[in-house]
Design a protein around this ligand. Structure first.
Ligand code: HSE
Length: 425
């Protein structure tokens, strides 16, 4: 049996899952594994210590290796390591969404110049097959919209906060113990992880260059159990949703932020670390991919799938063009629109004095700023004589809503604008 030689960079949660999964595939030979700390205890039964190195450059320069599998994450030194690997004529499998969002174009160019392939199924939505279906199976489509729950950690946190009334901090700790959250959970809870993922999906779907720095990104750290419960009373669930859409004028609206999702929407039903990607395309219509978006074994499933696909490509050297669609890079120009120019419905939680006419005041301020109100709900009044008023607006321009918030804050009847969350339509 001809074996394909691989080198692995990173032996954390995903790396260990990859090594375990590869035990079933003797045609793949792990030649070397680079780790940061050789003494770290790992959740692996038997590991040949002689293949472990703490110098990742030994792996990317190793002439015996055909494929570099990068599951270390981060941009430095990974970017340089992968460039070195490509210059040493190695194919790449990576799970690194941050690197792809920030430097993917340069890596793909380098790979294409050398007729090499980079596969990255694990980088987006963990165990869900989405990259290859989007690049290959759905290639006949014009994709106009993507909506996704792309971060398992935040979905897990929001689910548990809703179901069990648990605190944000306690649930975050559980998510880390389960291996969903990144070592530094900032990327998850601030929405950066989902932004990296939607950036790459939008590049593929719209066949264009997308600037990660122009993606509006807002995390879940300000969502309270009160928001979750008010939203629920009104028939919504709060989710962190990554969205990308493009119109006929090639204006792309790409963003990540919490939204109130109507409980009728399939995204409202996606719980725990499950991810979902909804695509709208012509001629296919709407398709939705749902599955485990994070964690050791689901992510390993995608990484090992990519390794096996590349291995078969390498063995089949005479037929090396079957992955040419995977190598295609975006060449269209789109303009990324600023969030202030977008139109949305909004949930606004207002703490107001229990004064006569306060609802009228809120209505007038909204009206004066071109905002029509769809729903008003008042809860309270508690001992402090303060009313909690929830407003859901009709579709309004973001800039008008920001102006209305300023006017509300300046009104003497209003104590605080507690929350402002967009509604997904
Ligand atoms: N930390 C990510 C998540 C998993 O929670 O979805 C890897 O992308």
């Amino acid at each position: 049996m001809k074996r394909v030689n691989i080198g692995i960079i990173g032996l954390g949660t995903v790396g260990c899952g990859v090594v375990k999964t590869l035990k079933a595939f003797p045609e793949i030979n792990i030649v070397q594994i680079a780790v940061r700390n050789k003494n770290k205890k790992r959740n692996l039964d038997s590991l040949d210590e002689s293949i472990i190195t703490d110098n990742a450059y030994d792996v990317v320069n190793n002439p015996e290796i055909d494929i570099i599998v990068e599951v270390a994450g981060g941009v430095e030194p990974t970017f340089d390591l992968l460039k070195t690997a490509l210059k040493s004529d190695k194919h790449i499998v990576t799970a690194n969404k941050e690197l792809l969002a920030k430097h993917g174009d340069e890596l793909f160019q380098l790979a294409n110049d050398r007729n090499l392939i980079i596969l990255y199924e694990a980088a987006i939505a963990g165990g869900i097959p989405i990259i290859m279906p989007l690049k290959m199976t759905l290639c006949a489509n014009k994709i106009s919209r993507i909506e996704g729950i792309l971060n398992g950690t935040t979905n897990y946190i929001l689910t548990k906060m809703k179901e069990n009334n648990e605190s944000y901090d306690d649930v975050l700790k559980e998510a880390q113990e389960l291996g969903y959250a990144e070592t530094d959970p900032t990327n998850d809870v601030m929405g950066y992880d989902a932004a990296y993922k939607i950036c790459t999906l939008a590049k593929i779907a719209f066949n264009s260059q997308i600037d990660i720095n122009k993606i509006y990104t807002e995390g879940i750290t300000k969502i309270t159990d009160e928001d979750i419960s008010f939203a629920n009373e009104l028939g919504y669930t709060i989710k962190l949703v990554a969205q990308a859409s493009v119109n006929e004028k090639s204006e792309a609206d790409i963003r990540v932020h919490p939204v109130l999702v109507s409980n009728d929407n399939v995204l409202a039903k996606i719980s725990n670390a499950t991810n979902a990607v909804k695509l709208c395309g012509t001629p296919v219509g709407e398709v939705c991919f749902i599955g485990p978006g994070a964690g050791e074994m689901p992510t390993a499933s995608s990484v090992v799938g990519d390794i096996l696909i590349l291995a078969s490509e390498i063995k089949n050297a005479n037929n090396s063009k079957s992955l040419s669609l995977m190598m295609k890079t975006g060449n269209k120009n789109v303009t990324q629109v600023d969030i202030s120019n977008t139109i949305n419905e909004y949930y606004i939680l207002i703490f107001a004095k229990n004064n006569k006419g306060v609802i009228g005041t809120i209505g007038k301020i909204c009206g004066d700023n071109n905002i029509s109100i769809q729903t008003v709900m008042q809860r309270g009044i508690e001992n402090d004589n303060m009313a909690k008023i929830v407003v859901i607006t009709s579709k309004s321009q973001e800039l008008d809503v920001k102006n209305a918030i300023c006017d509300l804050k300046n009104n003497e009847s209003i104590c605080e604008i507690k929350s402002l969350i967009r509604v997904l339509n």
